[in-house]
Design a protein around this ligand. Sequence first.
Ligand code: GDP
Length: 296
Amino acid sequence: MVLAQLGGSISRALQQMSNATIIDEKVLNDCLNEITRALLQADVQFKLVRDMQTNIKKIVNLDDLAAGHNKRKIIQQAIFNELCKILDPGKPSFTPKKGKTSVVMFVGLQGSGKTTTCTKYAYYHQKKGWKPALVCADTFRAGAFDQLKQNATKAKIPFYGSYTESDPVRIAVEGVERFKKENCDLIIVDTRGRHKQEAALFEEMRQVSEATKPDLVIFVMDSSIGQAAYDQAQAFKQSVAVGAVIVTKMDGHAKGGGALSAVAATKSPVIFIGTGEHMDEFEVFDVKPFVSRLLG
Ligand code: GDP
């Protein structure tokens, strides 16, 4: 189910409730069940959906609401707040500051859009007057360095990598050192991704993190991975100190639910979303407008 459909299903459920003459337990339950179904179809994790339903029922106690209260408004507001709550882990992520060196490490599975997102993130900041640089610490995937090099060259962003060195930790450290000397204020380290969450991948990620001491680790997740989102995000969080999430491929066939699950699993906010293959198809993520759009 794409985001627009999810929004459509939720607003339909709310509309049906609005059409009812009296809002009683049954009408509320029907509405919540409809919303639950929509969220599950959009791949929001089952437990999150169940908790949300329980919370709303606690907030909206129909017996306690005096006759004069606008029950629909209260219910709608409760749904809005609960969805916002899932997407807002309560504390903002580390935010790099222009002119002050920050190291940002990107992690994620192969194919998640990690390398593309590294360049998008660099390009976004470069347009705002930053001095970003890209380090390719993926020594495993043939072509990873070429891809980063190509993207970086197109965007005129300095890059570092090697065709011969096989130790990703070494490359990462060398790259970070070099760009620190060159006074870059945003040093982005792209790490290796694999198809599966393997112990070796996590160990390598941990070593790169230990050696480069990133100020921020960003977990990149493909929005179309469905119900696997929660477990995948949690596995990454358990290996490195993920501080923020970027959800890619929110265009086209994207499911919205993965974003909610990734936030819940990592307790880190979504900071950007990828909305296409091009460098500038990248948007700052804001919880409230996102949820408003979701609710139609
Ligand atoms: P990596 O293996 O995680 O580094 O993934 P890549 O950066 O190579 O991306 C894998 C594929 O996803 C490429 O074809 C990208 O062009 C594509 N991609 C990345 N981000 C987005 C996005 O936001 N939207 C769409 N439609 N495609 C994307």
